[in-house]
Design a protein around this ligand. Structure first.
Ligand code: AMP
Length: 116
């Protein structure tokens, strides 16, 4: 999608450093981090959200990306959170499927507005 910011990041039109890349997904740091580690795992193909016909291979790559990111950023053992905000009331602002990986500080266990 030509007007999608994550499509532009994925295809290199907007330069960013990838912490992980394979055939199906990339991972890069969130521009407005909410935790010491805040990385986005983003499928290369444009899917609107988790319900938008995402192939199993892509979801397998998402898991591989998460494993790599939590290892390379050192948050695997301390714990972390993976979130995919979906739709308006789910807090999704970029309409290209992505998974937030958050860690590096204690994360509130509630799902209130103030905390991811
Ligand atoms: P969401 O609100 O779940 O759709 O998350 C979108 C995320 O994308 C937000 O956390 C933004 O900070 C992040 N974001 C938006 N533009 C960029 C960008 N150019 N590079 C990195 N992260 C971005």
């Amino acid at each position: 999608m030509s007007d999608c910011i994550f499509c532009k990041l994925v295809n290199g039109e907007i330069p960013t450093e990838f912490l992980y890349e394979d055939e199906h997904v990339v991972a890069f740091r969130d521009a407005s981090p909410l935790a010491p580690v805040h990385v986005l795992v983003v499928p290369k193909a444009h899917h609107r959200d988790i319900l938008d016909n995402v192939p199993a291979q892509t979801l397998a790559s998402v898991v591989e990306a998460i494993k790599t990111v939590v290892d390379t950023t050192g948050i695997r053992d301390s714990g972390f959170r993976v979130i995919t905000n979906t739709g308006k009331e789910g807090g999704q602002s970029v309409m290209h499927l992505h998974f937030h990986i958050l860690g590096g500080r204690p994360l509130n266990a509630t799902f209130g507005e103030e905390e991811l």
